[in-house]
Design a protein around this ligand. Structure first.
Ligand code: IPE
Ligand code: IPE
Ligand code: MG
Length: 255
């Protein structure tokens, strides 16, 4: 199956009505296990089908001109699952890098990984690094993969980095600003997510992008992730386009 986005644009696109499209869409890809259980299949089959849905989403994001997508692929809390499921998910990551990386590279996709790295197994670390290094200079869709990611631990790591600079005398406490914290996070340099989509009917963040989501729009859909397709994505995008973002101010008509 091809993962190539059909085209890659940099500027945020507009839909046919001229409404502004999101620059950055983040996905909490949830419901793989329930998708499988509902069909009498092992949960692992849900994860396999979830990867197929992800390929569709990457392709479609490029086609509609979204600049960045972030996918929650494995949380820092997902290590608490049974060992067999964790191993299967690691195998799936390995297969994704082995099978899809060259095609993503050809499609000009730039891959960036966010999440804790310090206690990852060397084999996994090498895969993540390979994906980032190969695609580092690409200029198309940014694909941000949240792996071993937890927002609280990301914020803790950023706080520790800034504290170390202050302790070394390279920074004043007053220089710990919102911009300094933003720059110390794993997502440094990326725009905040405009839209966060969570599938499977759950309405929570599960430790995803807590800092970056301050003014994100949320879209929850009942489909399990393996059933999420281009039509579901378009529906979420058109819902986003109909929203008025006020950032604490007043809407444009009230000015
Ligand atoms: C999301 O699906 C994939 C990961 C968390 C890795 P789940 O595995 O959480 O599926 P449900 O929520 O149990 O159905
Ligand atoms: C969030 O889903 C993590 C990913 C999608 C990778 P979970 O299934 O782990 O979240 P909870 O446990 O339902 O909150
Ligand atoms: Mg889940």
């Amino acid at each position: 199956m091809s993962v190539s986005p059909d085209r890659n644009l940099h500027a945020p696109a507009a839909d046919e009505t001229g409404a502004k499209m999101p620059r950055h869409v983040a996905f909490i890809m949830d419901g793989n296990g329930r998708w499988a259980t509902a069909r009498g299949l092992p949960r692992t089959e849900g994860h396999r089908q979830g990867l197929a849905a992800l390929r569709k989403v990457i392709r479609h994001a490029g086609r509609v001109g979204i600049e960045t997508i972030t996918i929650y692929s494995f949380s820092s809390e997902n290590w608490n699952r049974p060992q067999a499921e964790v191993s299967f998910l690691m195998g799936l990551l390995r297969r994704f890098v082995q099978r899809d990386l060259s095609e993503l590279h050809e499609a000009n996709v730039r891959i960036r990984i966010i999440g804790g790295r310090s206690d990852l197994e060397p084999g996994i670390l090498a895969l993540l690094k390979e994906a980032e290094d190969l695609t580092r200079h690409n200029t198309g869709l940014n694909l941000v993969v949240a792996f071993n990611y937890g927002a609280r631990s990301e914020i803790v790591r950023a706080a520790q980095e800034l504290a170390a600079k202050v302790q070394a005398g390279d920074m004043q406490p007053a220089e710990i600003t919102e911009d300094a914290i933003t720059a110390a996070l794993d997502t440094s340099g990326l725009p905040d997510p405009d839209l966060i989509i969570r599938t499977s009917g759950e309405m929570r963040l599960s430790n995803f992008l807590l800092w970056q989501a301050a003014y994100s729009e949320f879209y929850f859909c009942d489909l399990y992730w393996p059933d999420f397709d281009e039509a579901a994505f378009d529906k979420a995008l058109s819902c986003f386009c109909s929203r008025e973002r006020r950032y604490g101010g007043l809407d444009a008509k009230a000015n």
